[in-house]
Design a binder for this molecule. Structure first.
Ligand code: HDE
Length: 713
């Protein structure tokens, strides 16, 4: 465990805006001390309240105005402060200072989010996750407003409102919340072949992460790096979690949504409070400008990845989240990201989705944060002092001195003056462009299926099965058969077996689709060619399967120790010490919240009871040794609950360790029915039990045994 780094330039700046009520008296907003905060001012103690009561009026008025509009997308979020440390210089490719000096530490604030649900929705929705990073660099704020999926649904920003309207709750009845499993979403998607690659990701378990700290981040678009000499490289940004990429099962996600809808938010908060700071490697894929046309897809098309087999990801830095916000609203809610916040050395590509985003983000803050001065809100302030001639507007904080607010001027000595490039003045990359003004999509954007196939074919068998089941779940909620049918027609272009399996479950047939499928005027220039016969250059990409990510750590894993009176203190302490030495988190689950008396007479205080939590909130279970403990757990009062706990963990392919004397629990549960070798079930007679348990937890799940384990349920 590390010590939280207490300060950096951004945190110091925030500190100057912070207040504490410790040892202070209650005051009004005018600083007047309040003597009675319990009663309003009345004409007699049973009389009407007086309009004169400025204390009541101030308090209620402020309360009435406490809410601001939630984000139109990405409304539900969780954030944290941290630091970005450069480990390898990118000076050859970019002049951005935070990417050139090895060892340099840049303060950051990161906000994770779901997209479709409202602020109060569950963390476990099947959805894309936002992964927005604000780097407070010495050259101004740089925002990398990323997602946990490297591609997007649409190729052009003009389709974004349509996409969001389709996925959000339906307008007539506001149903369903935070779900894509409904008519309007699949109606839209089935008519938008360009979304198929994204749909493969969204239906995979990537869309139900185990935690924010176990998901990747991707910049999605190609951006540009420009070095001191003006040489350009296209760049794709990646964050790779040090804990590997891991997800929960869909069945689990649904259960967690009920038991702990703040599961991801809580995990992030607790990891940081416990000093187990979430960490990511930061990586780049670099493509020289002259190689732009060397791929079988267009680098400007945001529905495509650059396979890592074709351009490896170079790891150049580490992102560490090490401090929770002091105040959710002030920091996580009021932070305003914008892909257009860039620094010298970084520039935009002509990706039409990115180009549209460059308009949207400032515009949305104007309504959400109420005016043009949102950059002055403490969390949004650059650590570099702002100097310009912009003035006034709602809620202006800065007191600009002097009488000059224009440029050029002589009265102010010409200040603030423009910076030369050598002084860090930003200039846009001077790209040569020419063309006819057209409302049209490039033909290089028409291949919609080959990378969807690449993704599907790169999945392990259990991952493919989960993806198929997700499609069946989602499309079964679609009430209109023609939409289901159109959708399986789309799937047939990706994988025929998948399409037939899904169709069979939906009660529809796989029919050949005829395109173009959009109701466009005959003279429209919109090209929507099909590309069934196309194949991606890379056929399988190992990087696309979560199965292939890091499996050598149990850091931050939550292990539930189930026990009752008489549990074996020695065995509990031994295992707890071993697990905690590996930075796992041990939490005691008792039959109730009453202290558990162990066999050496000591008491252990449970963090949970069998009724207050569920096995879906844990990565693994230890059924604590002790015959008396087992007996109590098998009494009619607790039996059903404890067996349910074990059976669910078993069904979800987790590691379970049965201690000495717990055989009756083993045999009474579904585990006792197993007829196969299972490396994640550890029993009392296993000499190297603890090591085996730790190895199984690091593996995350035995997904390959899912069918066998569920056969017993
Ligand atoms: Fe966003 N997006 N987006 N988006 N986006 C917003 O800005 C938008 C897109 C992303 O934690 C909004 O401040 C358009 C891709 C994240 O505060 C809004 C288009 C990617 C966040 C907006 C896209 C993203 C947002 C809503 C298509 C991945 C949350 C609130 C042209 C690279 C940031 C806000 C946070 C938020 C517009 C597509 C990521 C309305 C028009 C692609 C992580 O401005």
């Amino acid at each position: 465990m590390k010590d939280p780094k207490k300060t950096n330039e951004k945190l110091d700046q925030l500190e100057s805006h912070s207040t504490s009520n410790d040892q202070e008296m209650l005051t009004t907003n005018q600083g007047l001390k309040i003597n009675n905060n319990q009663d309003s001012l009345k004409a007699g103690d049973r009389g009407a309240t007086l309009l004169e009561d400025f204390i009541l009026r101030e308090k209620i008025t402020h309360f009435d105005h406490e809410r601001i509009p939630e984000r139109v997308v990405h409304a539900r979020g969780s954030g944290a402060h941290g630091v970005f440390k450069l480990t390898k210089s990118l000076a050859e490719y970019t002049k951005a200072k935070f990417l050139t000096e090895v060892g340099k530490e840049t303060p950051v604030f990161v906000r994770f989010s779901t997209v479709a649900g409202n602020r109060g929705s569950t963390d476990l929705a099947r959805d894309v996750r936002g992964f927005a990073v604000k780097f407070y660099t010495e050259e101004g704020n740089y925002d990398l407003v990323a997602n946990n999926i490297p591609v997007f649904f649409i190729q052009d920003a003009i389709k974004f409102p349509d996409l969001v309207h389709a996925v959000k709750p339906e307008p007539h009845n506001e149903i369903p919340q935070a779900q894509s499993a409904h008519d309007t979403f699949w109606d839209f998607i089935s008519l938008m072949p360009e979304s198929m690659h994204m749909i493969m990701w969204l239906m995979s378990d990537r869309a139900i992460p185990r935690s924010f700290s176990r998901m990747e981040g991707f910049g999605v678009h190609s951006f540009k790096f420009i070095n001191e000499e003006g040489k350009v490289h296209f760049v794709k940004f990646h964050f790779k979690p040090k804990l590997g990429v891991h997800s929960v099962a869909w069945d689990e996600a649904q259960r967690i949504s009920g038991v702990d809808p703040d599961f991801h938010k809580r995990d992030l908060w607790e990891s940081i409070e416990n000093g187990m700071f979430p960490e990511w490697d930061f990586g780049v894929q670099l493509i020289p400008e002259e190689d732009e046309d060397k791929f079988d897809f267009d680098l400007l098309d945001p529905t495509k990845i650059v396979p890592e087999e074709e351009v490896p990801v170079q790891l150049v830095g580490t992102l560490t989240l090490n401090k929770n916000p002091e105040n959710f609203f002030a920091e996580t809610e009021q932070i305003a990201f914008h892909p257009g916040h860039i620094v010298p050395g970084i520039d935009f590509s002509n990706d039409p989705l990115l180009q549209g985003r460059l308009f949207s983000y400032t515009d949305t803050q104007l309504i959400r944060l109420g005016g043009p001065n949102f950059h002055e809100i403490p969390i949004n302030r650059s650590i570099k002092t702002v100097h310009n001639n912009q003035r006034d507007g709602y809620m202006r904080q800065q007191i600009a001195k002097g009488k000059v607010s224009y440029e050029p001027n002589s009265i102010g000595g010409g200040c603030p003056f423009q910076a030369m490039m050598s002084e860090g003045g930003f200039t846009s990359h001077q790209e040569r462009v020419s063309g006819t003004k057209v409302r049209q999509r490039s033909e290089s954007f028409v291949d919609h299926y080959s990378q969807a196939k690449l993704f599907y074919n790169s999945q392990s068998e259990p991952e493919k099965m989960h993806l198929q089941n997700a499609l069946i779940f989602e499309l079964s909620k679609v009430t209109m058969p023609e939409i289901r049918e159109r959708m399986v027609g789309q799937l047939a272009f990706i994988d025929r077996a998948l399409a037939f399996k899904v169709a069979e479950n939906l009660g529809v047939e796989v029919k050949e689709l005829e395109f173009p499928n959009q109701s466009l005027p005959a003279d429209s220039n919109h090209v929507d060619l099909q590309s069934e016969e196309r194949e991606a250059h890379t056929k399988i990409s190992g990087a696309l399967s979560m199965q292939n990510t890091i499996k050598d750590t149990i850091k931050g894993r939550k292990i539930g120790f189930i026990m009752a009176n008489g549990a074996d203190a020695g065995a509990i302490n031994d295992l707890k010490t071993k697990l905690e030495a590996e930075n796992a988190v041990v939490e005691i689950i008792g039959p109730s919240m009453a202290p558990v008396k162990t066999n050496d007479g000591s008491s252990l205080i449970p963090k949970h009871s069998l009724t207050s939590t569920a096995s879906v909130c844990f990565d693994a279970l230890f059924i604590a040794a002790g015959e008396d403990s087992t007996k109590e757990l098998l009494t009619p009062l607790h039996k059903h609950r404890v067996l349910n706990f074990i059976n669910e963990a078993y069904k979800h392919c987790k590691a379970i360790y049965f201690g000495e004397g717990t055989e009756p629990l083993y045999t009474n549960s579904n585990v006792g029915l197993k007829q196969h070798e299972d490396p994640a079930i550890v029993t009392w007679d296993d000499a190297a039990g603890a090591d085996k348990f730790i190895k199984a937890i690091a593996e995350h799940r035995v997904w390959h045994l899912e069918l066998e384990r569920n056969a017993q349920n």
